[in-house]
Write a protein that binds this ligand. Structure first.
Ligand code: F6R
Length: 608
């Protein structure tokens, strides 16, 4: 979603702003702009569409100043046009604002400002902030921004510059992430660490309610009363290579191929093979608290919700504790049953998804303990949960989530294993699962080594208008995830169903035009899946099967087959999802889609 970058230092600001915006392109956007303090006035350049158009505007009319802010916008209030692109200027042009989030009382403020004589030039909620700062300007920019914030309702990450108080950027955070980057003789503000990683790894994450004054040689963090606050300086532990494509055609392909490593990283130092359990340092749950859990709620969105479905089956099977999996967007608005012995597991790659964060806060408010299974270190969910497990998958840039998903499933397995062993799972069974986890990285590599087989299948089906994905048990969520991947990046309509449920409706869709992907490894329900395969074949469906053995029962039924190695049933999803990621990827590429930035999608959904 929207991205914010700000630079203040001794060099020309625009190259830093453009680079930062490009590093955040993956988040999804539809217009971009910059505002720079230049020779005592603010100059802006904005453009609808890709950053390349903003670069052309800057090339045609360069700006020279050394203090500036930039933004990529993902339209919410008003269409993605140049006039709605950020930065927005105040009526007199002395204030420029970039904003992520939503100002909920924008209509009321707009009406009041109109009465005071302000004319609005955009459809955005953000423009009210620029006029409001002009209207209230008194003393310093930070004092004025603090006064303006007192009138704002809603969520924001804001960066503001003014020609009336140059030499600083004032930033404010409420519900939308922001961080300060500390460089030498220069400082940055950004909504995403990737935007500044090329220049510094020293960052300060702002908390909700913080206002920061960022200058060339320093920064201050203030509370709502302008009192100074101490904030810890963090060191980002990944480098530039992690956010570059490294020879791969797309970030998504790079991330799919990183999975042997990322799955390994998710387990590093955590798996205890000899005891058949795991060591999870960050749970912040005592032995007594772990033993007292009588109900688990897993809440998440999208792909993370799919890993939650797998987590449910793992936890129920191994720990015998009932688990409910809830869409975060639904959970937050109903009246869920939560007690002091309820554990709420929140799964999120970004750690910033607005619905997931709100669901976690709601569970907390109702007395549950919360655990965040999060990838982005320092993200809001990671900072607000009671404890958790970092996924350690490294930055995921491709909009379609791949490596984060497999790491989530592994993290859930580690958690289920630990809890189960405490609650009576035998050491033998624990060791079997631990060994199986340990073997996963090499097994994923073995699948990836045969990626061209999937590419061949993709070639056959690249023109299909619809796809059906079917699986049973723990592989039903894999079917859902396979279908989601395909529709996200190839725009082919795809559905995931429990294989046996198909005959209660979707079977009507099957004819010789319909490709049906069966996730059918040799597990406890394999024979049942074979019956479902027969039902599809009898209606002339085109069958692609993800299997794990040379199955006599499938002879003559399956049109295309891809074999995955075998593991314990509960971990099959980690292996079975990889060929489905590749299938979606290759089909999308063959159809000419923009795989890393699919239409309408944002990497991190920070609005409701
Ligand atoms: C799908 C995808 C989304 C996210 C969802 C939750 O490929 O990426 O469905 O999984 O928006 O995002 P996080 O995990 O960041 O909370």
């Amino acid at each position: 979603m929207c991205g914010i970058i700000g630079y203040i230092g001794g060099k020309t600001a625009t190259p830093f702003l453009i680079e930062g915006l490009k590093r955040m392109e993956y988040r999804g956007y539809d217009s971009a702009g910059v505002a720079v303090l230049d020779a005592g006035a603010i100059a802006t350049r904005r453009a609808a569409g890709k950053i390349a158009r903003l670069e052309s505007a800057l090339a045609a009319a360069p700006i020279a100043g050394t203090t500036g802010i930039g933004h990529t916008r993902w339209a919410t209030h008003g269409p993605p046009t140049e006039r709605n692109a950020h930065p927005h200027l105040s009526a007199d042009g002395t204030v420029a604002v970039v904003h992520n989030g939503i100002i909920e009382n924008a209509n009321a403020l707009r009406a009041a400002l109109r009465d005071a004589g302000y004319e609005f030039r955009s459809d955005t909620d953000t423009e009210v902030v620029a006029h409001l700062v002009q209207e209230l300007f008194e003393g310093s920019l930070e004092d004025t921004v603090l006064a303006a914030l007192a009138q704002l309702e809603g969520t924001y990450g804001l960066a503001v510059v003014s020609s009336r108080d140059p030499g600083k950027i004032v930033a404010a955070r409420k519900g939308s992430p922001l961080l300060i980057g500390i460089g030498e003789d220069e400082h940055f503000v950004a909504s995403d660490a990737s935007a500044i990683l090329a220049h510094t790894r020293q960052v300060v994450y702002l908390d909700d309610g913080d206002v920061a004054v960022i200058e060339r040689n320093g920064y201050r963090v203030l509370d709502a009363n302008a009192a100074p606050l101490a904030r810890h300086v963090h060191k980002i532990d990944w480098d530039l290579a992690a956010i570059e494509r490294g020879g791969f055609a797309h970030f998504m392909l790079k991330e799919i191929f990183e999975q042997p490593q990322t799955v390994e990283n998710a387990m590093r130092g955590r798996l205890i093979l000899e005891d058949g359990t795991s060591k999870l340092g960050g749970l912040n749950l005592s032995h007594e608290q772990l033993m007292a859990i009588d109900h688990i709620i897993i809440t998440a969105c999208g792909t993370s919700w799919h890993s939650g479905l797998i987590g449910k089956l793992m936890i129920e099977e191994l720990c015998r504790i009932p688990v409910a999996v809830e869409y975060a967007s639904e959970f937050r608005y109903r009246n869920p049953i939560v007690s002091a012995n309820t554990l709420c597991i929140v799964i999120s790659q970004s750690g910033e998804t607005a619905d997931t964060l709100a669901a976690m806060r709601e569970a907390k408010r109702r007395g549950a303990r919360t655990l965040g299974f999060v990838n982005v270190v320092g993200s809001t969910i990671a900072r607000e949960d009671d404890g958790g497990i970092y996924l350690h998958a490294g930055p995921e840039i491709g909009v379609a989530s791949t490596k984060a998903f497999t790491s989530q499933v592994v993290a859930l397995a580690l958690f289920a294993l630990k809890l189960a062993r405490k609650r009576g799972l035998s050491v033998t069974r624990g060791m079997e699962i631990a060994q199986a986890l340990h073997a996963l990285p090499a097994q994923i590599k073995e699948i990836l080594d045969r990626a061209e087989q999937i590419e061949h299948i993709a070639e056959e089906f690249k023109r299909a208008p619809n796809f059906l994905y079917l699986g049973r048990g723990v592989n039903f969520p894999v079917a859902l995830e396979g279908a989601l991947k395909l529709k996200e990046i190839s725009y082919i309509h795809a559905e995931g169903y429990p294989a046996a449920e198909m005959k209660h409706g979707p079977i009507a869709l099957i004819d010789e035009m319909m490709p049906v992907v069966f996730v059918a490894p040799h597990d406890a329900v394999f024979d049942k899946v074979v019956s479902n395969v027969q039902e599809v074949k009898a209606r002339k469906g085109n069958i692609i099967a993800i299997t794990s053995r040379d199955e006599a029962a499938l002879k003559g039924l399956v049109d295309y087959e891809f074999r995955i190695p075998e593991t314990v049933d509960l971990l099959m999803p980690v292996l079975a999802s990889v060929p489905l990621q590749l299938l979606a990827y290759y089909i999308a590429v063959k159809r000419g889609s923009n795989v890393d930035q699919p239409r309408n999608l944002a990497k991190s959904v920070t609005v409701e």
